[in-house]
Design a protein around this ligand. Structure first.
Ligand SMILES: [Zn+2]
Length: 276
């Protein structure tokens, strides 16, 4: 069983906000301001990678040595890697927390990214288009990258090996990686709920995280994710954020240390967006 999202009887409020509520501010305006400041919470940066070391020229294919160096830069800057589900509770996370996610399930994630993640004991989430993931090496599929090059896709035994390490959490990313906003009700349910069924059937574990293909969603798509039983869903880039629209920051090849630090730099959100 998964722990409940909120412990029974708990209500989310940072300690500072609780103290402010308990106190007797003489200046009402000051108290309101203090409450507002206290209510704001740090957003845990979530990085989005696609391929790592697949050997293509695609901008999203980060060379393996570069990826390892990026993990080193983040650790050197004092970041603690946290499992992606921790983003739901930034108040429980260490001071400089960061989460890593990998979309689309290229096979190089197992051969090139996973060894570095394993060596450094970095937790991560894999968001898989489950219709692309073959049963075994004999049923391996190929996928086309944005620049038109093709790479191998993961197969379930490789996914299982990463899960077994205790570092990987498998999330769904639809079955066929299509624009969900364009789908009718049945096709939408098949992509969103069906990919959850696939992850559950193949990993035997939890399947409570979803990532929208292309980061594209609207209220109806987010509602379908909620209805399918996911606990949270991940988008890309800007937006309000929130439990079904976590923002992720996409890492492209060639980022130097300064660019990476800028990418993971602080952002602030109102906590209720992530707590509903
Ligand atoms: Zn994708």
């Amino acid at each position: 069983m998964d722990p409940p999202v909120h412990p029974p009887g708990s209500s989310w409020a940072p300690p500072a906000a609780r103290a402010a509520v308990a106190g007797h501010g003489s200046a009402r305006g000051g108290l309101v301001l203090l409450l507002l400041f206290s209510a704001c919470t740090r957003e845990i940066p979530i990085l989005l990678y696609h391929e790592v070391g697949c050997g293509t020229r695609d901008a999203r294919d980060v060379p393996a040595a570069e990826f390892d160096q990026e993990l080193g830069w983040l650790a050197g800057a004092g970041y603690t890697f946290v499992p992606p589900e921790v983003v739901e509770h930034p108040e429980r996370a260490p001071d400089k927390a960061i989460a890593l996610t990998f979309d689309d399930g290229a096979a190089c994630l197992y051969t090139r990214a996973f060894p570095a993640l394993l060596r450094r004991r970095v937790p991560f989430a894999l968001f898989l288009p489950t219709g692309w993931i073959g049963a075994d090496a004999a049923h391996r599929t190929r996928q086309k990258l944005e620049d038109g090059e093709e790479v191998d896709t993961l197969v379930w035994p490789e996914v299982a090996a990463m899960v077994k390490s205790g570092l990987a959490r498998v999330g769904a990313h639809g079955r066929e990686h299509v624009y969900l906003r364009k789908l009718g009700a049945a096709a939408l349910a098949n992509e969103v709920g069906g990919s959850r069924d696939d992850v559950l059937a193949r990993t035997g574990g939890v399947a409570d995280l979803f990532a929208y293909p292309f980061g594209a969603f609207d209220g109806r798509v987010a509602g379908a994710a909620r209805a399918a039983g996911y606990r949270a869903a991940f988008a890309v880039g800007a937006g309000l954020g929130g439990t079904f629209a976590y923002r992720r920051r996409s890492v492209h090849r060639g980022a130097d240390e300064a660019a990476l630090m800028k990418l993971v730099g602080p952002a602030w959100i109102l906590p209720w967006l992530n707590h509903d």
